[in-house]
Design a protein around this ligand. Structure first.
Ligand SMILES: Nc1ncnc2c1ncn2[C@@H]1O[C@H](COP(=O)(O)OP(=O)(O)OP(=O)(O)O)[C@@H](O)[C@H]1O
Ligand SMILES: [Mg+2]
Length: 504
């Protein structure tokens, strides 16, 4: 056996994140680990990669007991990991990040040219393309993830751990990624893959381990299980198809007209964008990531300024207004990057829950100070309603599991009760049970005649929820569909730059 983790137990205070967990990995095998948010998947992998200590249990590699005190030890033992959260240096280039720790040198100096060449070669080898010179801070979330993957491949390890590698990738990129995983297996590498997307498990895994509440609940070869069984094991009940009731939309809540934004180097990020969202509607924006969706929601929510055009929200002109003025006018926003825009990692759960709320809710303040009793009552409601698995509301945000952090942000923004909610990738990294719940809440908001602007790289999520869908390509709105007209094929065609009236 290549890797054996035996009876691993890991506690954080009173919380048992891993409870007597055992897993095995054979050489050349792809092992998928699935399970609800907070089940203990990332913790187990951080232990294997030397990032976390453990309280009891044993790790064997090729039958030999090992104990890592840092990732450096793990890499020396041929184990690499692509983590759930990016670990890149934003001001540096892709190549500098990828070769970091193993830099090519000429004499004592860093050989940049050679680094570019090595990275280009690596990209070709694994079919994962990136401009070696691009700065990480200028990369979309999807590209950053790709740099993370290349960085691990550059370490030439034999065992690669992927913690939700596809959560931030666009559908085409996911297909490429899965092919990469299969290619790596063919090249003799062994892989552990954590994912919430069960079709990925079915596409590439040899073996599946299901975790729940810190424990392993079942292990089986992939061919002995199915998506239905796996989702049942994770969620505890069968998921049902949802009937979405038709409702008549009411007055316009958001009108974006002729919005244009050009990057400093002359690229049209937004090219004459016109969209409209009415009360009682969920409007989806589909597109390959990096085609203007991010810029559009950043302009609407006040994080970026447009060069020209107009944004009217709830009857108020909010073009290039401040974030707080826009929120005041009636817009809440679940941002696409939960760590960069969405939360304060070092702050407590309570503090994160009341962000943007305390200015608007008088009961949270008392004589200019926070009313701690009401703050904690209010936070508990969010944490409970959105099922955020936590130990105490004073723990810091960064100690939540990825999916639970996302649920907190969704809950906080939902509870703003604004007439417009921008939901960018609302279910990124969330388990299938919680996705069902969040979709239900979004539909409930629509039922109350609020409006939702939904951006998602999951086309199925857009198609399932949206009453109308705009397709973005190269900064332009390239077409529009009603719920009845929308199909995966038609949307996909426009996403790639095709035209609505082309013969298909
Ligand atoms: N440093 C920490 N301090 C306290 N609690 C922690 C810490 N790290 C993780 N936890 C807790 O341990 C539990 C397991 O977390 P883990 O990140 O392993 O979950 P996961 O299965 O990866 O979930 P997700 O699908 O959401 O990523 C969670 O309840 C989490 O809050
Ligand atoms: Mg995790």
């Amino acid at each position: 056996m290549l890797i054996e983790m035996k009876n691993i137990t890991k506690r954080y205070g009173s919380l048992v994140a891993n409870d007597n967990v055992s897993i095995t990995l054979k050489k050349g095998e792809i092992l998928a680990i699935v399970g609800e948010n907070g089940a203990g998947k990332s913790t187990l992998m951080k232990i294997l990669y030397g990032l976390e200590s453990y309280d009891s249990g044993e790790i064997l590699i090729n039958g030999k007991p090992v104990r890592f005190s840092s990732p450096y030890d793990a890499i020396k033992n041929s184990i690499g990991m692509v983590q759930q959260h990016f670990m890149l240096f934003p001001p540096f280039s892709a190549a500098e990040n990828i070769v970091y720790g193993n830099e090519p040198r000429r004499g004592i100096f860093f050989d940049k040219k050679e680094a570019y060449r090595l990275v280009e070669e690596l990209c070709r080898k694994y079919n994962l393309y990136i401009d070696p010179k691009i700065k990480v801070k200028d990369c979309s979330v999807g590209l950053q993830q790709r740099i993370e993957i290349l960085k691990v491949l550059f370490q030439q390890v034999d065992i690669i751990i992927f913690d939700e590698p596809s959560a931030v990738l666009a559908p085409q990129e996911i297909d490429n990624f899965l092919q990469t995983v299969l290619d790596l297996k063919k090249a003799g590498k062994s892989i552990i893959l954590i994912t919430h997307k069960l079709n990925e498990v079915m596409a590439v895994a040899d073996y599946v381990t299901v975790m729940r509440n810190g424990k392993v609940v079942k292990k089986m070869p992939k061919h002995e299980t199915s998506i239905e069984e796996l989702s049942y094991l994770m969620v505890g009940h069968h998921l049902e198809e949802r009937e979405i009731e038709e409702i008549e939309p009411e007055e316009e809540i958001l009108a974006v007209s002729n919005l244009t934004k050009t990057s400093p180097d002359g690229v049209k990020l937004l090219d004459d964008v016109n969209i409209s969202v009415r009360r009682g509607e969920i409007v989806g924006i589909a597109g390959v990531s990096g085609n203007g969706q991010s810029e559009l929601i950043q302009c609407i929510s006040g994080l970026e300024h447009a060069d020209s055009g107009k944004i009217v929200l709830n009857g108020i002109d909010v073009t290039n207004a401040s974030v707080s003025a826009i929120r005041e006018a009636g817009c809440a926003c679940i941002p696409e990057d939960r760590y960069y825009w969405g939360s304060a990692a070092e702050a407590s759960l309570e503090e994160n829950c009341i962000m943007y709320h305390y200015q608007r809710k008088s009961e949270l303040m008392k004589n200019g100070f926070l009313n701690s009793r009401n703050v904690s009552l209010f936070s508990e409601t969010i944490l409970k309603d959105f099922d955020v698995k936590h130990t105490s509301s004073s723990q810091s945000m960064k100690d939540l599991s990825g999916g639970n952090a996302q649920k907190l942000i969704v809950g906080r923004e939902y509870m703003q009760n604004t007439p417009l909610l921008i939901a960018a990738e609302p279910t990124r990294g969330i388990d299938i049970g919680a996705i069902e719940y969040i979709h239900g809440r979004l539909l409930e908001k629509r039922q109350k005649k609020d409006a939702i602007l939904l951006i998602s790289s999951e086309l199925s999520e857009i198609i399932e929820l949206s009453d109308r869908i705009y397709v973005m390509c190269s900064g332009r709105i390239n077409g529009e569909f009603s719920r009845d007209e929308a199909t995966r094929e038609k949307i996909g065609y426009l996403m790639m730059g095709g035209k609505n009236d082309d013969e298909m």
